[in-house]
Design a protein around this ligand. Structure first.
Ligand SMILES: [Fe+2]
Ligand SMILES: [Fe+2]
Length: 151
């Protein structure tokens, strides 16, 4: 059975929160990390901030179109435990693993929405397929980084 608009709005809002949390954590790590080995990762994270923010904007626009309300800061729900900065600012591997976990969670959430909208809300489905493609690209990129950094 097709999910109601309300359920779809709730799922899109979850993704919206995840994207904004990713922005906050990529921003933090892109500044915090130290050392030669961190330079490329910092650059990559800094570039991703803009892209993840665009994802949030896209989700926000769809939430609005479906009759929902985009949440403000006090209503945002954050839970990316794997992405929290620590005092060990040269631990690049921990950050890469955190990014992989976050991107993986984003992919799972988009797949959930793609399934829930199937045969019903094609516009939201198409939007989430495109976002899934972008997150899979990030996921593969950081899995590649991990290979090199744990070699
Ligand atoms: Fe994203
Ligand atoms: Fe991403």
């Amino acid at each position: 059975m097709a999910e109601s608009n309300e359920t779809i709005i709730k799922m899109l809002t979850e993704s919206y929160c995840m994207e904004l949390e990713t922005v906050a954590n990529y921003l933090a790590h892109s500044v915090n990390l130290d050392g030669v080995r961190a330079e490329e990762i910092k650059k990559s994270l800094a570039a991703d901030i803009t892209e993840e923010l665009t994802h949030a904007q896209t989700l926000g626009a769809r939430i609005k179109q479906l009759g929902g309300l985009v949440p403000g800061s006090l209503s945002l729900k954050f839970s990316q435990k794997s992405m929290q900065p620590t005092d060990n600012t040269v631990d690049v591997v921990a950050v890469i693993q955190g990014v992989i976990a976050a991107e993986d969670a984003a992919c799972s959430q988009y797949k959930k929405i793609i399934r829930a909208t199937d045969g019903e809300d094609y516009v939201t489905q198409d939007l989430c397929i495109r976002l899934l493609a972008a997150e899979e690209e990030h996921l593969i990129q950081f899995k590649g980084f991990l290979k090199e950094y744990t070699n």
